[in-house]
Design a protein around this ligand. Structure first.
Ligand code: AMP
Length: 375
């Protein structure tokens, strides 16, 4: 079976890595000739709307995405000619933060207060209602903290407006969260659904840096997060993996956003779950039975941002699994990750303590913070 993927980044690369042993072949479309998933499939270098892209994908048995901002019209057109999962409607629901938040509200998925903003007077009005601190975000195309600004005082207003005012915006209340977490759900075309354990996530400057799963101390939250994830997946008649990103505050869960694809917060599932999110996404997309989502113990995933650290220094760390995406170094770019998986939290603590002195200062400090927090 040939699976087409729109987008050739690390998610497509890891999908192909999981799919090749299943007997799948991959056709990958990306505008960039050096797209890192190209190493694992036939790379078609073309814009999403190009005839070359559409023809290459229409000839595949299944089509999926590694990127949520693919124009929904392209997926709709492809959907007339082959089987596309997730469907254009599910992608469209996540492409505009305002539409997404309104959908969450309509499904009784709790969200922070929010308001659409398209002019300065609207921003002032929204701030009056929501109050400081608040987060101003572009409605479309924002990711990894791009296209957003935190407004803590009136002084932050002008620079934020200068940076973002040209776009359609949304203002959200800043959530004083206890921690962030994410739930990944996989759903098949027949409606079978399974959830991975909650992943506790740590972001810096809007970029995911660490994920620990199953998130310690979240036994009570797991069932609630599963309900929210299920509600969303069923509403969208979703096929494949989706991730709902959540804030945990005062024992409540508030939804931030969802990603209609495999997600960085669940990369730990490659080594740390019975069947990884990548394999399960493909099983769902291909119409095959889903695999077990249970954890094999407890895992820590650490992202390499900007450039890869020295390989030998890290590989010498007991139990460390190395993932180099084969991407050029660039500030703020996700270029790889590593995972530690152990049978229980205590053994993982020992391995993490061994890892800390091998990390750069910033990663070491984030990991130490997470270890102290989850002790
Ligand atoms: P996003 O691009 O919406 O996923 O935001 C990236 C990160 O910014 C989140 O994971 C949070 O760490 C932070 N953030 C975004 N929105 C809010 C909010 N309303 N309150 C507090 N932190 C936020």
């Amino acid at each position: 079976m040939n699976v087409g993927i729109l987008g050739g980044g690390q998610l497509a690369r890891m999908l192909a890595g999981a799919g090749i042993p299943l007997g799948l072949n991959f056709t990958i479309v990306d505008p960039k000739a050096d797209a890192c998933a190209g190493a694992l499939g036939r790379l078609v270098t073309a814009d999403w709307e190009d005839d070359a892209a559409i023809e290459a994908l229409a000839g595949c048995d299944r089509v999926t995405c590694d990127f949520e901002n693919v124009p929904a019209a392209v997926l709709e057109a492809l959907g007339q000619r082959t089987t596309v999962h997730p469907a254009a409607r599910a992608l469209a629901a996540g492409q505009d933060r305002l539409v997404e938040k309104r959908m969450f509200e309509s499904l009784d998925i709790p969200v922070p207060p929010f308001a659409p903003v398209s002019s300065r007077p609207e921003l002032l009005e929204a701030l009056e209602r929501i109050g400081y601190p608040a987060v101003l975000k572009t409605r479309r195309m924002g990711y990894d903290g791009k296209g957003q600004a935190v407004l803590r005082t009136v002084e932050d207003l002008e620079p934020a407006w200068q940076a973002l005012g040209d776009h359609d915006l949304i203002l959200e209340g800043f959530v004083p969260f206890d921690f962030e977490c994410a739930i990944t759900v996989v759903r098949s075309a027949t409606g079978a659904l399974s959830c991975y354990p909650l992943s506790r996530t740590v972001h810096q400057d809007g970029i995911l840096r660490l994920a620990m799963a199953p998130a310690p101390g979240t036994d009570k939250l797991q069932a609630r997060a599963e309900r929210l994830g299920r509600t969303l997946a069923e509403h969208l008649d979703y096929v494949g993996c989706l991730t709902l990103e959540l804030f945990a505050a005062d024992g409540r869960l508030l939804a931030n956003e969802f990603a209609p694809r495999v997600h960085n917060s669940a990369h730990w599932t490659i080594e740390g779950a019975q069947v990884s999110q990548f394999e399960n996404h493909l099983r769902a997309v291909c119409g095959w039975p889903l695999g077990e989502t249970a954890a094999r113990g407890r895992s820590l995933m650490i992202n390499w941002i900007g450039r890869m650290p020295e390989r030998e220094r890290l590989l010498a760390c007991r139990g460390l699994h190395w993932h180099d995406y084969g991407k050029q170094a660039r500030p703020g770019r996700k270029v790889g990750h590593a995972t530690l998986t152990e049978a229980d939290g205590q053994s993982l603590d020992t391995l993490m303590a061994e890892l800390v002195p091998r990390l750069d200062d910033q990663s070491a400090s984030l990991l130490t913070g997470l270890m102290n927090d989850s002790a």
